[in-house]
Write a protein that binds this ligand. Structure first.
Ligand code: GLA
Length: 518
C-alpha cells in the first residue's frame, strides 16, 4: 500500500471504528452497551410507591422520549393531580390505607405508551430501593446550596430523572462546626430554642427543598446520633426530637443518620446501645406529618440487617465507606459488594441492604478530600460489573460522582432502563450468590414476571467463558436468554447458557421459559 492509501485507511478506520489502541494513540472510546434512548415515550423506574395515609405525595413520572410529552393518569385518587407537561404527580395521599392501581399514560409526537403503577398507602416507605445522588464523594466538607441546586438541575437535564433517579441528598458539612474559627462554618450551632442551624453556605433550607420539589425531586439531609458528625459538624445527640421536627419543617424527604461520634458514647458491641439511637430517630420520623425515609449509616455494626427494619430504617449501610475500600487484585467495590451479597435474606420492600454509593464518572478521592474530583480509575468492564452487582442486589442506586461532569459513558452505565428494572423490580428480592470462586461470581435475582436475572461476573484478569446451568437457577428445559445491557435477545438455550466474559467484567442476562410459537 502506498503511504497515502495507508493514511486514508487509517483515517477511515478511525471514523468508522473509533481510535485503534496502538501505542501513541489515545485509548479507544469505551463501548456503550446501552442502546440509545428511543424517541418514543417509555415509562421507566419503579412500578410501586409507598406513602403514609394523608401525607404529602410527590412523584415525577420517569419517562424518556422526545419532549414535549403529555402525561395523564387513569384512576388517580382524587386527592392527587398530575401536571400534564412535567408529569409531576402531587397532592396528599388518600387518608385511608389501601392500594391504588393507576395507569400512567405518556404521549409525544412519536407515539404513546401506558404503564401500571401501584400507589400503596400504608406504613411502609421505600417499596423499591432509593435512586438518586448524594454529594459526599464530590463535595466532601464544603457543599453549598448552589452545588445542591445545580445537582438537582443536572438530574433533570442529564435525563437521569427520566430513568427514576429522584433523591438529591446533602451529606455532611451543611450544619455549623462547633469551635470552628472559619467564618463560614463557625458561630452558634443552635438557636435559643435548640433548633439546629445551617452554616452560611446554606442560607435557606426551606427554599432549597422547595426548589428541589419544584422539579419533582426529593431532598435528603444528613445528621447523626452522636454530638458530632464524622466531619465534626453539629449532630443530633440530645436534640433528636428538635432535629427530626426541623428536618421535617425544612421539607426534607430522607435522613441519612451516621453513627460516627456516637461510638465514643457507648460500649463496644452492646446491641442495645447500637439500636437505641436508631429506634429513637426511627420512631420520631414515623410520627411526623410528612414521610422521611431513614438511611441508617452505622457500617453494618451489630448485624444491622437483622434489625434495621424494626427500628424504622428504610435502608442500612452494610459495610464501611466504599470510597476507602481497597482491593487487592480487584477494585474495592467488589469486596464491599461481595460482603453485601451474602445478606440477601434480609432485604425486601421497605428495607434494603445498602452497600454505599456508585462511585464512577468524575469523583473525588476519599483519602485526599481537597483534591479536585477526577475521572474514575475503574475500567469500563468494572463499571458494568459495579452497576450490575448493585442492581442484582436490589441496592439503593445513589450516584455520588460529579453531576456537572456526566459523560456519555457514565450515563450509559447509570441509565439503562432494563438494568434499573432489575434493581427496582416489584418482588424486591435481593439476588443470591449461586457461585463464588476466585475467578467467578454468579448472582441470581428472581423477578416479578417469573424470569430470573443472572449476572455472570469474571473476577479474573483474563477473559473466560462462564456458564450457568438451569439446575442452578431451579429451572428446566428450554429457556429464552436476553442480554440486559445490550437489550437484545440472545436466543433459546437448553439446560445451560455459557458466554465469554471480559476480565473483571460481567454478562448480565434475563432468563425466562421459552415461549411456544402459536
Ligand atoms: C461517613 C459515612 C460517609 C459520609 C461521611 C461524612 O464516613 O460513611 O458516607 O457520610 O461520613 O463525613
Amino acid at each position: 500500500m502506498t503511504r497515502i492509501l495507508k493514511c486514508l485507511v487509517l483515517i477511515a478506520s478511525i471514523v468508522f471504528l473509533g481510535l485503534p489502541s496502538t501505542p501513541g494513540f489515545a485509548q479507544s472510546v469505551p463501548e456503550l452497551l446501552t442502546p440509545k434512548t428511543p424517541l418514543t415515550p417509555q415509562i421507566n423506574g419503579p412500578k410501586v410507591y409507598g406513602v403514609r395515609p394523608g401525607h404529602p405525595f410527590l412523584y415525577r413520572i420517569p419517562c424518556t422520549g422526545t419532549r414535549p410529552m403529555h402525561f395523564s393518569v387513569k384512576n388517580l385518587p382524587a386527592s392527587l393531580k398530575v401536571d400534564e407537561l412535567s408529569g409531576i404527580i402531587s397532592g396528599n395521599a388518600p387518608a385511608e390505607k389501601g392500594e391504588f392501581v393507576v395507569t400512567i399514560e405518556a404521549a409525544n409526537s412519536m407515539g404513546k405508551t401506558a404503564r401500571t403503577f401501584k400507589i400503596v398507602v400504608g406504613d411502609k416507605l421505600g417499596l423499591t430501593p432509593q435512586m438518586g445522588w448524594n454529594g459526599w464523594y464530590t463535595l466532601y466538607d464544603h457543599p453549598t446550596d448552589s452545588d445542591i441546586r445545580k445537582a438537582a438541575d443536572a438530574m433533570i437535564a442529564s435525563g437521569m430523572a427520566d430513568y427514576g433517579y429522584q433523591f438529591v441528598d446533602i451529606d455532611d458539612a451543611w450544619a455549623r462546626k462547633p469551635g470552628s474559627t472559619d467564618a463560614e462554618l463557625g458561630g452558634q450551632v443552635r438557636d435559643e430554642a435548640g433548633n439546629i442551624l445551617p452554616n452560611v453556605r446554606f442560607p435557606s433550607m426551606p427554599s432549597l427543598t422547595q426548589y428541589i420539589h419544584s422539579l419533582g425531586l426529593k431532598a435528603g439531609i444528613y445528621s447523626g446520633p452522636g454530638p458530632l458528625t464524622c466531619a465534626k459538624f453539629e449532630a443530633s445527640y440530645r436534640h433528636e426530637d428538635a432535629d427530626a421536627h426541623q428536618f421535617n419543617k425544612w421539607g426534607f424527604d430522607l435522613l441519612k443518620y451516621d453513627m460516627c461520634s456516637y461510638r465514643n458514647l457507648v460500649k463496644e458491641g452492646n446491641l442495645d446501645d447500637l439500636q437505641k439511637p436508631y429506634k429513637l430517630m426511627g420512631s420520631l420520623l414515623k410520627e411526623l406529618d410528612r414521610d422521611i425515609v431513614l438511611n441508617m449509616c452505622q457500617y453494618g455494626e451489630g448485624d444491622v440487617w437483622k434489625w434495621g427494619r424494626q427500628v424504622g430504617g428504610t435502608s442500612w449501610r452494610t459495610t464501611g465507606d466504599l470510597g476507602l475500600a481497597v482491593g487487592d487484585s480487584l477494585p474495592g467495590f467488589y469486596s464491599v459488594g461481595l460482603a453485601n451479597a451474602a445478606l440477601d435474606a434480609y432485604a425486601g420492600p421497605g428495607g434494603w441492604n445498602d452497600p454505599d454509593y456508585i462511585l464512577i464518572g468524575t469523583v473525588g478521592d476519599a483519602n485526599n478530600r481537597t483534591a479536585p474530583p477526577k475521572a474514575t480509575s475503574l475500567t469500563p468492564e468494572e463499571q458494568y460489573s459495579y452497576m450490575s452487582m448493585w442492581s442484582l442486589m436490589a441496592s439503593p442506586l445513589l450516584f455520588s460522582g460529579d453531576m456537572a461532569k456526566l459523560d456519555d459513558f457514565t450515563l450509559n452505565i447509570l441509565c439503562n432502563s432494563e438494568v434499573i428494572d432489575i434493581d427496582q423490580d416489584l418482588l424486591g428480592k435481593q439476588g443470591k450468590i449461586l457461585r463464588k470462586t476466585s475467578l467467578e461470581l454468579i448472582l441470581a435475582k428472581p423477578l416479578e414476571d417469573g424470569s430470573i436475572a443472572v449476572g455472570l461476573f469474571n473476577l479474573g484478569k483474563a477473559p473466560r467463558t462462564i456458564s450457568v446451568d438451569w439446575k442452578e437457577i431451579e429451572k428446566r428445559g428450554r429457556m429464552q436468554v436476553r442480554d440486559v445491557w445490550r437489550q437484545k435477545d440472545l436466543g433459546k438455550f437448553d439446560d445451560t447458557f455459557g458466554t465469554a466474559v471480559p476480565a473483571h467484567g460481567v454478562v448480565l442476562v434475563k432468563v425466562e421459559p421459552a415461549r411456544r410459537k402459536l
